[in-house]
Design a protein around this ligand. Structure first.
Ligand code: MTE
Length: 399
C-alpha cells in the first residue's frame, strides 16, 4: 500500500475524515467553476482504507479475472484488455451515496461522515464496455449477478459489491471497465490502474483497483455490499441496526440508481449580496442530476418557502458528446451505444438582486423524465445516504 502522505493531492480539497482514509470533496463553488468536467485535482475521493500501490512498470501486467457461473473463465492483463477489445470513451458523473449527508447529520447523527454537496465529479472515462468481456466468458444458466472485487483489503475483507447481470448486458446502462480519466491513466485515489464505472448508480458500485468479476446467482455477500450503501427504514436507530442483522440482510434496502438531486452553487451559503448591487441582476446557478440514465427535465426555484416556483434554464453539456465520433484518449468517443443521461447538468436563473434580498432563502428542486421529484422533507436513515430534499441557501444581506 502507498502511505497516504506520499500520494500528491490538491490543497484546496476539504478532508472529511481526518488524515486516513482519504475522503475529500472540493469547495462547492470551485467544483462548479471547473465546468462540466472535473479535473483530477478536484475530483472527490471516497476511500474505505489504504490505496493499493502499483509500480508504473507493473501496470500493463495488472491481472484481473472473470469467474463464477461462466463457461469460459477469463484471466487477463490490462495490456490484453487494451488490445483485445474495442476501446470507448464516455463522460460519466460519479456521485457518492453520501452526497449532502451533512444536512442529515445536523438533524440526527448518522453512521457516516459529513459530505457537503460536492460529493460528485465528472470525467471522460476510457475503457471497455463491460458486457463485451462478460459475453466472452459466456455466463451459464442461472447467472444473475456480477460481483466485483477490489485489491484494497480492509478490516472486513476486500472491498466488493454487485450489480445485476442483465444491467451489465444492457448497453444503455453504460457500464465499463476503465483505466483512463480525461485522457490520463487513473490516479491512485481513483483506482489505478483499473476500475469499474457504473453510470447512473451510486459511486459505491464503481469498484476501484478492480481484480475480479464473479458471475453468481445471488447478490454479493461481501461485507461492504451488505453493511454499506443502504437506506434502512427511518425508524431504525444506530443501536437497533447494530443489534439486529435482519435490517442489513434485506436486499430491498440496497441502493442502486441515484435519485434526483440538485444544489445551488451561487449564491454560496456564506455569500453576501452587497447593497450596491441593488439595481443589478444576479445569476443563480448550480447543478442537478438523476439516476438510472434518466434526464433531468426541470429545475425550479422558490423564494417564498415553496408556495410558488420559477423555472430555471438547463444546459446539458453531456449532449455535446452525442453524435460526434472521434478517437479520443485511445478510445472511440461514440455514445451511440448508450443513449441515456449519465452526467450532471447545469441550471441557471437570473433574478433581480432586490427580489433576492427581499426573500429569506432560496429553495431548489429538480425533477427527472420519470417525474421523480426531490421531496420537501428529509428521509433520515442510519447511514445518512441519498439525502435529496429541496436544497436551501439562506440569503445573507449585507449591513
Ligand atoms: N472501490 C474500492 N476498491 N474501495 C473503495 O473504498 N469506494 C467506493 C467506490 N469504489 C471504494 C471503491 C465509493 S463508496 C465511491 S463513492 C467511489 O468508489 C468513489 O470513487 P472516487 O474516489 O474515484 O471518486
Amino acid at each position: 500500500s502507498t502511505p497516504d502522505s506520499l500520494v500528491p493531492r490538491d490543497p484546496r480539497l476539504i478532508r472529511l475524515t481526518g488524515v486516513h482514509p482519504f475522503n475529500v470533496e472540493a469547495p462547492l463553488s470551485a467544483l462548479f467553476d471547473e465546468g462540466f468536467l472535473t479535473s483530477p485535482e478536484l475530483f472527490y475521493v471516497r476511500n474505505h482504507g489504504y490505496v493499493p500501490h502499483v509500480n508504473e512498470e507493473e501496470i500493463p501486467n495488472w491481472e484481473f479475472s472473470v469467474e463464477g457461473l461462466v463457461e469460459k473463465p477469463i484471466s487477463m492483463t490490462l495490456r490484453q484488455l487494451m488490445t483485445d477489445y474495442e476501446q470507448v470513451t464516455c463522460p460519466v458523473t460519479l456521485v457518492c451515496a453520501g452526497n449532502r449527508r451533512k444536512e442529515q447529520n445536523v438533524v440526527r447523527k448518522s453512521k457516516g461522515f459529513s459530505w457537503g454537496a460536492a460529493g460528485l465529479s465528472t470525467a471522460l472515462f476510457t475503457g471497455v464496455i463491460m458486457s463485451d468481456i462478460i459475453k466472452r466468458a459466456k455466463p451459464t444458466r442461472g447467472a444473475k449477478y456480477v460481483c466485483m472485487e477490489g485489491a484494497d483489503k480492509l478490516p472486513n475483507g476486500y472491498y466488493g459489491t454487485s450489480v445485476k447481470l442483465n444491467w451489465v448486458m444492457d448497453p444503455n446502462k453504460g457500464m465499463m471497465l476503465s483505466y483512463k480519466m480525461n485522457g490520463e491513466m487513473l490516479r491512485p485515489d481513483h483506482g489505478k490502474p483499473l476500475r469499474a464505472v457504473i453510470p447512473g448508480q451510486i459511486g459505491g458500485r464503481s469498484v476501484k483497483w478492480l481484480k475480479k468479476l464473479i458471475v453468481t446467482d445471488s447478490p454479493s455477500d461481501n461485507w461492504y455490499h451488505i453493511y454499506d450503501n443502504r437506506v434502512l427504514p427511518t425508524m431504525v436507530s444506530p443501536e437497533e441496526s447494530a443489534k439486529d442483522p435482519k435490517w442489513w440482510m434485506d436486499d430491498r434496502y440496497a441502493i442502486y440508481d441515484l435519485s434526483p438531486n440538485s444544489a445551488i452553487c451561487y449564491p454560496a451559503h456564506d455569500e453576501k449580496l452587497s447593497v450596491s448591487d441593488d439595481t443589478q441582476r444576479y445569476r443563480t446557478r448550480g447543478y442537478a442530476y438523476s439516476g438510472g440514465g434518466r434526464r433531468i427535465t426541470r429545475v425550479e426555484l422558490s423564494l417564498d418557502q415553496g408556495m410558488s416556483w420559477r423555472l430555471a434554464d438547463i444546459e446539458y453539456p453531456e449532449d455535446r458528446y452525442r453524435n460526434v465520433e472521434v478517437e479520443l484518449f485511445g478510445g472511440h468517443l461514440d455514445m451511440s451505444w448508450r443513449e441515456s443521461c449519465f452526467c450532471w447538468c447545469q441550471w441557471s436563473l437570473e433574478l433581480s438582486v432586490s427580489e433576492l434580498k427581499g426573500a429569506k432563502d432560496i429553495l431548489l428542486r429538480a425533477m427527472d423524465e420519470s417525474m421523480n421529484v426531490q421531496p420537501r422533507d428529509m428521509y433520515w436513515s442510519v447511514l445518512g445516504m441519498m439525502n435529496n430534499p429541496w436544497f436551501r441557501v439562506t440569503i445573507l444581506n449585507e449591513g
